[in-house]
Design a protein around this ligand. Structure first.
Ligand code: GLN
Length: 482
């Protein structure tokens, strides 16, 4: 069976060839069949999905349906969903049912989307493999011994395996682009501030951004239309006119100038990934694009800066999980201090604890200037690099990750090795720029490779246009795991 896009399902619904109930029933059956192997879902909201599907079918019949009416999606389990469990991949939120919807969730609901459930993720979105989830690792549908990437690995694996046509994700240092790349699907992280963070459980607030994961750039554009937009409940949400992200999909690429940062093609990039990226770039040249070499000289500072800033913000954000108002509380304790300590020790996993310790350290008196302030200065230099490079080209392209998906457990004992694998994605978050991952062929061992496109602020429509044009002349995004 070929891949099913939101676009094709919307057409089938419009032509009355199917109903939302039928679609939702089909996808729930696919989840039942696949999830025991892949572990992409933490919660399947069977009853909620069927009720929403019936409501969508009624709205379609009455002519009052929203633009995405009846289309099944899933949400990464850090988007708060009213009445449905939201765990953020953590034991500390194992029993947390949110009293409200995240802005992304309510907007997609209003557009008519039907949520099938919540997807697995690295605990508090900290990770690049999905191995840090309290609900066990997600398996890459292309090879069940490999990681799907992270932290939105459940969303990417669910789409790749055909358990849902599209899903939401979040990206703090690569968590939409990298799992999309490693699972052979498309994902976009918008400009910081374009998608409201209201109801999105915070990891590192100055870096976190929600976005869609789907088979095609066109589906990402359709979803982003209903994820983006000003929201006064998020103080960093940007007050600007709404956009139609599908508007430029069909623009020809003639004359497009693509910058290739020499730092993204140097040592550390696996040969098979390099070959796949070169092949995708050759396709873009056939479509009329030209490539020029550019430089992002401070690339090597991105990971050190990120691993000060992200843990600093995380240590502050995660202080709210204290077992008092919601979440896990230790069953035995002598006094309040011990209740906090035990609840947090029991509730958080090893990677989250490591980040809280690092964050607390770099923010402490005497180290703040040496680490935190310094990292903020590096962040500025990294952002300036992109602005400099973007004077010489329209967009920047390169790999999403230095290798294709690696084995589950392979980097589990070496967090620094794992941190280094985010070398091509993290700087984009530090700069607040939009970045997209689109399928670009396969590695030597037949695992998907992702091409990353990075634009200037608010360049989402252009990135989606380039990926869409590439997807019109290549079939990598149509391939499916066995
Ligand atoms: N792998 C990075 C981290 O662990 C990025 C994760 C993300 O984007 N949420 O912080």
């Amino acid at each position: 069976m070929s891949i099913q896009t939101l676009k094709s399902l919307a057409e089938a619904l419009a032509q009355k060839k199917t109903s939302s109930r039928e679609l939702v029933t089909d996808y729930l059956a696919k989840i039942d069949a696949q999830n025991p192997r892949i572990n992409a879902f933490i919660t399947v909201d069977r009853d909620g999905a069927l009720a929403a599907a019936d409501a969508a079918d009624a709205a379609i019949a009455a002519g009052s349906a929203g633009p995405l009416a009846g289309l099944p999606i899933a949400h990464k389990d850090l988007f708060c969903t009213e009445g449905v469990l939201t765990t953020c991949g953590s034991k500390i939120l194992a029993n947390f049912v949110s009293p409200y919807d995240a802005n992304v969730v309510s907007q997609l609901k209003a557009a008519g989307c039907v949520s099938l459930g919540k997807t697995n993720m690295d605990e508090f979105a900290m990770g690049s493999t999905n191995e840090s989830s309290a609900w066990g690792p997600v398996k890459n549908p292309w090879n069940l011994d490999r990681v799907p990437g992270g932290s939105s690995g459940g969303s990417a694996a669910a789409v790749a395996a055909g358990m849902v046509p599209a899903a939401t994700g979040t990206d703090t240092g690569g968590s939409i682009r990298q799992p999309a790349g490693l699972c052979g699907v498309t994902g976009i992280k918008p400009t910081y501030g374009v998608v409201s963070r209201y109801g999105m459980i915070a990891y590192a607030s100055s870096l976190d951004q929600g976005g869609p994961i789907a088979h095609t750039a066109e589906d990402c554009a359709l979803l982003l239309n209903h994820m983006a937009g000003f929201d006064k409940r998020d103080s960093t949400s940007l007050e600007r006119a709404t956009e139609d992200y599908t508007r430029d999909l069909n623009q020809p690429l003639a004359g497009l100038k693509i910058g290739l940062p020499k730092e993204y093609f140097g040592e550390g990039l696996a040969n098979d990934v390099r070959a796949a990226i070169e092949q995708a770039l050759a396709e873009l040249r056939k479509l009329g694009a030209v490539t020029v070499e550019v430089s992002l000289p401070n690339t090597h500072l991105a990971i050190p800066a990120y691993y000060v800033i992200a843990p600093a913000e995380a240590s502050s954000n995660l202080s709210r999980f204290d077992g008092v108002r919601y979440g896990h509380r230790a069953s035995e304790y002598k006094d309040l201090a011990e209740m906090y300590a035990k609840s947090r020790s029991e509730g958080f996993g090893a990677e989250v604890k490591r980040r809280i310790l690092v964050g607390t350290y770099v923010l402490s008196h005497g180290y703040y200037d040496a680490y935190y302030i310094k990292a903020q200065q590096l962040r500025r230099l990294i952002a300036q690099d992109f602005q400099q490079a973007l004077t010489q080209c329209d967009v920047i392209a390169g790999p999403v990750a230095p290798t294709a998906a690696w084995g589950i457990g392979q980097m589990a004992d070496d967090p620094v090795q794992m941190y280094l694998a985010d070398i091509y994605t993290i700087a984009v978050n530090l700069a607040g720029l939009p970045g997209l991952s689109t399928p670009a062929g396969f590695s030597g061992d037949k695992m998907p490779v992702g091409l990353q496109l990075i634009g200037n602020y608010f360049g989402e429509a252009r990135l989606l246009n380039i990926a869409h044009q590439l997807q019109q002349t290549t079939d990598w995004h149509l391939r499916q795991p066995a």
